[in-house]
Design a protein around this ligand. Structure first.
Ligand SMILES: [Zn+2]
Length: 345
């Protein structure tokens, strides 16, 4: 199983779980074209081909521009429902069976979509996606760190007082530089008190001390990115011993310049230290990638064959917050797929 086109085909059909992927950041040119057609006054092209070009990643500043253009197209609850359901359709095409989608309710609510209508829209999309596409979605509600404590308060309020059925965890995104993690402790405490899991971003653009902060102040159960963990052997040991997984997003790390190049990506070092890693796509269309591409990159960086890739896919299922029966089903599906692949044809 060394032929890379064979591995690409294996990855395409491999049943997968994704744990670190953003809602608005998953809007593909196809989805944006639909949203743009709903709101011609926004001035975003509604032609998927023109959009594909617009989406071509050039640098991080361009990513922010595209991201904000998409945000400006999400104006009512129907836009939210459409975006969410169509993301699930893109996931189904990649054999993603389960995803913990990071949703930022604050950005929609602060732009005038009522919180109740927002939640109803994502929940409606979630139920339809499961029924019609076979994709199980769960939510991580994250605080947009750059929007300050007001956004933290609002996110905690929606998460703890309105708690939609699909909500399972509480996160923290946005820039890390100048946004210390410990100030968000009270909000994470409230979220954890109602049974949500803690999954903040940390150590992507700052050093390992931010990861320690996320562990001690925010009681992180998984770390979003955590790329700088490799600079601190004691932290690597702590993560490995306590089985605290890292949600690694290779292409995103290059795009944001958290890591200089794929050749310098610390993924192999993390694995060598015994840390549990999962492979994710973060903001896939905006970084010109998708989960299958990220698995291909991981295969290359870690020298994995089909069984190794299946083990990586199983990692994500095992450290997800899916219920026990759901995890068992999905792991079995992965095993069956691998066995079918290995059988001589
Ligand atoms: Zn992220």
């Amino acid at each position: 199983m060394s032929d890379s086109s064979d591995l690409t085909a294996f990855i395409a059909g491999l049943p997968k779980a994704e744990l670190h992927v953003h809602h608005v950041g998953s809007a593909s040119p196809r989805i944006v074209a639909e949203l743009a057609a709903r709101h011609p006054e926004a001035g975003v092209p509604a032609d998927p081909e023109a959009l594909a070009e617009y989406f071509t990643f050039t640098d991080f500043a361009h990513f922010i521009k595209v991201y904000l253009a998409v945000v400006s197209l999400i104006r009512d609850a129907e836009d939210v429902r459409l975006l969410t359901y169509e993301i699930a359709r893109d996931m189904a095409r990649q054999s993603i069976r389960y995803a913990e989608l990071t949703v930022t309710p604050y950005s929609s609510v602060s732009r005038g979509i009522p919180d109740g209508a927002f939640l109803e829209a994502i929940e409606d999309a979630r139920r339809s996606a499961e029924r019609e596409l076979g994709v199980v979605l769960r939510w991580t509600f994250d605080i947009p760190g750059e929007a300050g404590l007001e956004s933290a308060e609002e996110t905690a309020r929606i998460a703890t007082e309105m708690t939609p059925e699909g909500l399972i965890s509480f996160g923290l995104g946005g820039p890390e530089i100048g946004v210390p993690r410990p100030q968000f402790k009270p909000y994470f405490d409230r979220a954890l008190a109602v049974g949500l899991h803690s999954v903040p971003h940390a150590g992507e653009t700052t050093g390992p001390e931010t990861i320690w902060d996320a562990l001690t102040s925010l009681r992180a159960e998984r770390i979003g990115h955590g790329t700088s963990a490799v600079r601190d052997p004691r932290l690597l040991e702590h993560l490995a011993e306590n089985r605290i997984p890292l949600e690694v997003c290779p292409t995103s790390n290059i795009a944001t310049r958290a890591v200089e190049s794929l050749e310098n990506h610390p993924l192999a070092e993390m694995v060598k230290a015994g840390v549990l890693v999962t492979i994710n796509s973060d903001d896939p269309p905006m970084f010109g990638t998708d989960l299958n591409t990220e698995y291909g990159i991981a295969a290359r960086l870690l020298g994995l064959d089909a069984p190794g890739l299946a083990a990586l896919a199983r990692n994500a299922v095992e450290v997800s917050f899916l219920d026990t029966a759901g995890k068992a089903r999905l792991c079995e599906e992965i095993d069956t797929y691998l066995a079918g692949w290995q059988r001589p044809k």
